[in-house]
Ligand binder design. Structure first.
Ligand SMILES: NC(=O)c1ccc[n+]([C@@H]2O[C@H](COP(=O)([O-])OP(=O)(O)OC[C@H]3O[C@@H](n4cnc5c(N)ncnc54)[C@H](OP(=O)(O)O)[C@@H]3O)[C@@H](O)[C@H]2O)c1
Length: 215
């Protein structure tokens, strides 16, 4: 059921991105107080991941570009890294969980900032800037490396495919109703403007979700 506290447009933004964030963070086995980094924190999945990780009691570091610093702070990020100025894999910080929506760093770079028993969850496995035709090959390669590394070291790389789950949708609805989660909507387009909406998404710099309203 749609939570009564949000509009239909906001509700339409929840299922795929919300489930991807929730199920990915579950792969990370987050415990209260753990340090969680969300790379790509201001897109559709990232804006849910930051809020859900906070609701699980994590200390959240969000990686985004300069124009989105205020947005990630407004959804609860404790720390922010501006990727145009600083590379999160080159800092002295270590994280228990990295939730990676962008996958624009090598496995060894991410291992450097992962705690010895940390988990890196790969949501965007294709990697930044990958064209549709190359995505399958890139995903297969990443899966192979992730499985290999996870079996030989205590640091784990988790991959997953989002599944439709009634139970998880109810959980997201409960978080929304409790005021712990709110979909971030960049813009609502008319159905006639759907191509423009898709072109915008394709550029890879959405701020939260875009919604198409069918009148
Ligand atoms: N595992 C699954 O089953 C599953 C399901 C759904 C989606 N996904 C994947 O999850 C990923 C995220 O999806 P999405 O819908 O959230 O994408 P999106 O809405 O297009 O968001 C992309 C985000 O990435 C950020 N970004 C771009 N370049 C970056 C960089 N170099 N460093 C850090 N952030 C950067 C952008 O922020 P700026 O504007 O600040 O650059 C933007 O907020 C995609 O790869 C998608 O394929 C996986």
């Amino acid at each position: 059921m749609k939570p009564s506290s949000i509009s239909f447009e906001e509700a339409a933004a929840v299922p795929l991105a919300g489930l991807t964030a929730l199920q990915g963070l579950r792969e990370g086995k987050i415990q209260p107080g753990q340090k969680v980094l969300v790379n790509g924190a201001t897109g559709g999945v990232g804006t849910f991941a930051v809020q859900i990780a906070k609701s699980l009691g994590a200390e959240v570091t969000a990686v985004c570009s300069t124009r989105n610093l205020d947005l990630v702070r407004s959804i609860g990020a404790d720390h922010v890294i501006d990727y145009t100025k600083e590379d999160f894999t080159k800092t002295d910080q270590r994280y228990d969980v990295i939730f990676d929506n962008v996958c624009n760093h090598s496995f060894s770079e991410r291992r450097r900032v992962l705690n010895p028993k940390g988990i890196c969850v790969l949501a965007g496995m294709g990697g930044a800037g990958v064209k549709e035709g190359q995505a399958i090959g890139r995903i297969a390669r990443n899966l192979f490396i992730a499985r290999g590394l996870s079996s030989f070291t205590d640091q784990k790389f988790a991959q997953y495919m989002t599944k439709v789950s009634k139970q998880d949708l109810i959980m997201l609805g409960d978080l929304i109703q409790a005021g712990k989660l709110r979909p971030v909507i960049e813009r609502t387009y008319k159905l006639n403007d759907a191509p423009e909406a898709l072109r915008h998404l394709d550029q890879g710099h959405a701020r939260g979700k875009v919604v198409i309203a069918v009148e």
